[in-house]
Design a protein around this ligand. Structure first.
Ligand code: GAP
Length: 548
């Protein structure tokens, strides 16, 4: 796919999402909140269907997995123990010219001898950046349309300013090894650590009061001391929005295992919201600050983790593929040693071929006994397992107490939703009755995740047809099938609308229905229509849905 086509597909998905009610920009009437999205009438159904399918396949269909629904705000010691408070941070840098803030570890890294053009949005911006650079750094870069030229990397830690006719730099500056991603600017601030967790305060403590009296009482202290003093005050009542759903499963390991008499190997599953103050928010809902996860911690005997890692890698891959039109767009990628998270001894990413290339959809990690051990250490509670049937490998005696190892399939539910939007999107040319062609957009969702399962459409809004249609809809409701009554616009427009919503079956009530009690069922993908008895329609759709 060319770069242009990639952009177009993403643009089309974003526009269809808004038009059809899948996803809206959060707080749009106030100008929108960056990186926050609202799931509209079709989006909420699609998201729930994906998550319910995950729950069914992970919890309901397995006797060795149980579920929990833990609170989003947990004790702050949880995040100390898990390492998130210490290590959950990104190195951040500001461009001194454009004020762009970005992650240093993700920035482009020009090589020795490379030119460093500053790429502006337009000529006006080029002029203004040229002036800022002249004022702050005392060099006048050459303006070439939207580009500012004259900078070049001269060593690992320096870049220089050159004029057209000189090979020696007129001025040199410290080079950090990377440039800002949007403008390519090497004029950068120092790196700062930035915690990705959203912090808030719990309880009746008046933090502002404590801070102001601390500042009031402190004489002659420097900025660093003020900062650390304020930090100490805030920390006392600080709580954090969870950045992953996983930790609750470790913290509740003992309660879950004992209350349900679970035997190893067994798993605890949870799905729900997670929050990260992401610096790089990108690709629509791919990376956002508020998102949903579907995670499962599978507790296994030490030494068996490799076998279970492979088992879950394959099981999870099969699940994603089973709901997709294009299973060949998924692949897995083992992590290199240097990209493993601090708690993992091995990991596979399940990746999808997004319009910008292969990228992560789910991580399946072998998390060792790191988390249980850490929580045991910080809480003082025993988080181990006793197997009466096994011999302790160290003593040779019957009965073995050990800290289980953990395999964790951790998927993004909202990211999965983006994958299935991309996977479902189809444009087709279809013949008209007069021999000409028109095009239709059809969202070929797997019927299990389709937001609306069937639409019931009276051909006209009179002659008793709406009453028959509503009666059929109520039968679908009784059968637990999400059906929708729809009488707005011509029948052709309604079919197109439901093609774009991804509704697998449309049932049309027409004049003949009144004569012989039959209706037509239109298949979304083939557009073929079958006529059948209205009495059987709920059973038939039910059968089609369960067979799909
Ligand atoms: N407990 C392990 C864990 O949270 P992760 O790779 O950071 O691992 C798991 O997250 C999945 O959650 C990712 O594969 C991705 O699908 C989803 N995810 C993570 N950060 C996200 C974000 N900012 N926006 C949307 N989805 C995200």
């Amino acid at each position: 796919m060319s770069e242009n086509q990639q952009h177009t597909l993403m643009d089309k998905i974003i526009s269809l999402s808004k038009q059809r009610g899948f996803i809206f920009q959060s707080s749009e009437i106030y100008g929108g909140l960056k990186s926050a999205y609202d799931y509209g009438p079709l989006g909420v159904e699609l998201k729930r269907n994906i998550m319910n399918e995950w729950w069914r396949s992970m919890v309901h269909e397995r006797e060795n997995i149980i579920g929990i629904d833990a609170s989003i705000i947990m004790h702050s010691k949880v995040w100390h123990a898990s390492g998130h408070l210490a290590g959950f941070s990104d190195p951040l840098v500001d461009c001194l010219i454009s004020k762009e803030r970005f992650r240093a570890d993700k920035a482009p890294q020009p090589k020795l001898g490379d030119e460093l053009p500053i790429l502006c949005m337009d000529k006006g911006q080029a002029k203004s950046f040229q002036e800022i650079i002249k004022k702050r750094f005392n060099v006048e870069l050459k303006r070439n349309g939207k580009k500012l030229e004259g900078l070049k990397v001269i060593s690992n830690d320096s870049f220089g300013f050159f004029t057209d006719d000189s090979n020696t730099p007129l001025e040199t500056f410290q080079f950090k090894g990377y440039v800002s991603p949007t403008f390519g600017s090497p004029f950068l601030s120092e790196e700062r650590q930035f915690n990705l967790m959203f912090r808030s305060q719990i309880g009746p403590v008046d933090v502002l009061n404590e801070i102001s009296s601390f500042i009031n009482k402190s004489e002659k202290i420097n900025e660093k001391e003020i900062r650390s003093g304020i930090d100490e005050i805030i920390k006392k009542s600080a709580v954090y929005l969870r950045p992953e759903t996983a930790q609750a499963m470790f913290v509740q390991f003992q309660n879950c295992q004992q209350s349900m008499s679970m035997k190893i190997p067994f798993g605890i599953a949870q799905m729900g919201k997670s929050f990260r103050n992401e610096i790089t928010v990108e690709h629509f809902i791919f990376r956002s600050c508020e998102f949903e996860q579907m995670e499962m911690e599978f507790f296994v005997e030490p030494g068996t983790q490799k076998k279970w890692l492979e088992y879950w890698r394959d099981a999870r891959m099969n699940w994603w593929q089973s709901l997709a039109n294009n299973p060949n767009k998924f692949r897995y990628r083992p992590h290199e040693k240097d990209e493993l998270a601090h708690y993992a001894d091995a990991c596979y990413d399940i990746e999808y071929e997004y319009p910008w290339g292969y990228d992560e959809l789910e991580g399946v990690a072998s998390r060792t006994d790191y988390d249980l051990k850490k929580h045991e250490e910080h809480s003082g509670s025993k988080l181990s397992y006793f197997d009466q049937q096994k011999q302790d490998p160290e003593t040779g005696k019957n009965g073995w107490r050990y800290t289980p190892y953990v395999i964790e399939p951790a998927a993004g539910a909202t990211r999965g939703l983006l994958v299935y939007l991309l996977d479902a999107y189809h444009e087709e040319k279809i013949p008209n009755s007069d021999g000409s062609e028109s095009s239709r957009v059809v969202m070929k969702f797997h019927p299990k995740i389709a937001p609306i399962k069937t639409a019931v459409l009276p051909l006209v809004k009179k002659e008793g047809l709406p009453e028959i249609a509503r009666d059929i809809v109520s039968k679908f409701f009784k059968a637990g099938i999400n059906a929708r009554y729809d009488e707005q616009h011509s029948i052709g427009k309604r079919y197109r609308r439901h093609d774009e919503a991804g509704t697998p079956y449309c049932i049309t009530i027409d004049g003949q229905t009144k004569e012989d009690g039959t209706v037509t069922i239109r298949d979304r993908d083939s557009m073929k229509q079958e006529r059948m008895n209205a009495e059987n329609v709920v059973d038939i759709i039910q059968k089609k849905l369960s067979l799909s």
